[in-house]
Design a protein around this ligand. Sequence first.
Ligand code: SF4
Length: 258
Amino acid sequence: MTIIPETATTPPRKRLFVTLMGVTCLIVVAAIFLAWWIPNRGLANIHPNLPHIVGIVMMVLSGAAILGTGLLVLTTALGKDILLTRFMRLVVIKFLLPVIEFVGRVIGLDKDRIRQSFIAMNNSLVTSQRMKVKPDRILVLLPHCIQLSDCEIKVTGNIHKCVQCGRCSIKGLVDIGRKYSVDISVATGGTLARKVIVEKRPKLVLAVACERDLTSGIKDCYPLPVIGILNERPFGPCFNTVVDVSKIDEALEQVLEK
Ligand code: SF4
């Protein structure tokens, strides 16, 4: 299968995740049908009405899978909390993502492309809840590779030590932190990121990272809402990465209580 490479600078598309969700839904419905159809004869031997009862249960389950998929598509398309958005985020993160990753692997899709799509879908579900959060309850979490590798200042622990020379994205991020009075932390890994979250107890996290780290971060943090923003890696992974600060600005504008 030919894949058009999707870089971190290309807006990640939800379409892929939605398509894979549709395929997964069909697989689930087919599996439910087979689960009913194959032991049907055996069920009739136990009681003549049992195949009908099990058939009704299977139809309800299939209907729930189809309705759930439809509701997810509608919620992300309209950007509105129609019904059970928080629950749907749970289903997407805990159930659909592993299944979709498996389906993607089977049909030869690039893992990072699926993750980009998942992050876009997650962001859409979080913003559709139209949360308004006070600045002191929002945490912007950055990976340490955002800082220029040969900068002599250590901003891990305190981003405000940056003297804003402008050679890396930290300068713009310090400006954003001051503009909105939000807390910005630089974490050197997943363990430290989790520690920062436990200490600061935010109501919403805006995280910058690569596809893999954002996906695992979103999963680990659930039910805490996380908006993921992909970094750009002009020099390869984990080295002098860059973030489009305007994307953080936009995301904050959407969620900040004013
Ligand atoms: S903007 Fe300059 S001073 Fe600040 S972290 Fe980047 S390189 Fe260091």
